[in-house]
Ligand binder design. Structure first.
Ligand SMILES: NC(=O)c1ccc[n+]([C@@H]2O[C@H](COP(=O)([O-])OP(=O)(O)OC[C@H]3O[C@@H](n4cnc5c(N)ncnc54)[C@H](O)[C@@H]3O)[C@@H](O)[C@H]2O)c1
Length: 351
């Protein structure tokens, strides 16, 4: 088992290993005394991994109360959030108890936000089961739900107390979902770690998933430390997301997060090349996306993407900040005026 320390204000550890889900209760016991635990999971993941997790939690003295919501981004909303809160009250949870999320980024974001708000905040522990959640969403403490007006519009910063990532769970992900995680991993390589980017071009990343997850967690940690509230360099993690989120939301979430981010990275790199900022490796990016089975061309036009992206919460007054690349592994932030952003979207979307 690999362990990565995340020394934020309230430090926690990310445990990574094949088969460690069964040891979840034991690992949780090391950081929290036995208590009631709301296990927030989705309808695909819970039948596969819920019984193993529950058995381990109960063996370690925790009383588990499963809350299972319909799988998919459509559930990451205020209605399901409200049901989770009501469920925790009805299950008798108090401020001395905790929430456990079991699933992908949706379970993590929704369950984390439910924990952040329940009686003004209880601890939560993440058991990521999708590659995307393991390499990205489970670390850093961003929790949220979507509104019809846009993604992640209501949320809170709430760091987990522990992350337990059983890489064995990825075996049941379909190839599309597996590729979603690869998109975030390519992004991490591009903005901060050339070795990780190279790894994503070869089969190595799939052969040793523990190492791949660890490399990603280390990149994510480097951005989270010192910028827990996402006001500075952490915004670089949004490389590909400014346009990606717009595409994802325009598709009504038929495009997965990873596919949308892949399209966003290709478009943002293309735009940066055409506008002459950064030393952009558009060809390498396209090769990596192709190698991982990810798309690169937007099915939506510049006009609709612009409208959606301008509502993005990352807009600050009359400027928008986007991620760009000085080189592979060296991201930087670029502030654009609204006029420049208009050109950025148009140049990125047009081939
Ligand atoms: N908080 C953050 O920092 C952060 C970062 C990146 C993404 N996100 C969020 O994460 C979400 C996307 O995450 P996701 O792709 O994991 O979505 P998801 O949670 O919807 O999981 C994708 C699908 O895979 C299924 N699944 C998950 N694990 C499985 C397994 N082991 N076996 C079989 N099926 C499994 C789920 O049931 C779901 O149908 C988005 O809402 C995005 O905004 C958050």
């Amino acid at each position: 088992m690999r362990t990565v320390d995340i020394p934020v204000q309230t430090p926690y550890q990310v445990r990574i290993g094949k088969g460690i889900l069964a040891r979840g209760g034991e690992l949780l016991h090391l950081v929290h005394a036995p208590c009631a635990a709301a296990v927030i999971s989705d309808s695909n993941v819970f039948p596969l991994y819920g019984p193993t997790l529950l058995e381990g939690l109960e063996k370690a003295g925790f009383r588990a109360f499963p809350f299972v919501f319909p799988a998919g981004e459509e559930s990451k909303n205020l209605e399901v959030f409200g049901r989770a809160e009501a469920f925790m009250i009805r299950s008798g949870l108090t401020r001395a108890d905790l929430a456990v999320t079991l699933g992908g980024g949706v379970a993590g974001d929704l369950g984390g936000f439910a924990a952040a708000c329940f009686q003004r905040g209880i601890p939560f522990v993440q058991f990521p089961t999708s590659l995307l959640c393991a390499v990205d969403a489970s670390v850093g403490g961003k929790t949220a739900v979507d509104l019809p007006e846009g993604k992640n519009m209501v949320g809170a910063f709430h760091q987990p107390s522990l992350v337990v990532c059983d890489t064995g769970c990825f075996a049941t992900l379909d190839s599309l979902r597996f590729a979603d995680g690869a998109a975030e991993s390519i992004k991490h390589g591009l903005i901060a770690d050339p070795k990780l980017f190279d790894r994503m071009l070869s089969p190595a990343w799939r052969e040793d998933l523990e190492e791949t997850v660890e490399m990603n967690v280390l990149v994510k940690r480097s951005f989270v430390l010192g910028d827990e509230k996402d006001r500075g360099m952490r915004q670089l993690l949004n490389f590909g997301h400014t346009l990606g989120h717009a595409v994802e939301s325009l598709s009504d979430y038929r495009l997965s997060h990873g596919q949308a981010v892949a399209i966003g990275m290709a478009a943002e790199a293309r735009a940066a090349r055409k506008m002459g900022f950064g030393k952009v490796h558009e060809k390498e990016i396209l090769a990596a996306l192709r190698a991982c089975g990810l798309p690169s061309q937007s099915p939506f036009g510049a006009e609709e993407i612009l409208e959606k992206a301008l509502r993005d919460k990352k807009r600050a007054g009359n400027t928008l900040t986007v991620g760009a690349l000085a080189d592979i592994g060296q991201g930087f932030l670029k502030k654009l005026t609204l006029e420049e952003f208009d050109a950025f979207v148009r140049l990125g979307v047009e081939a």
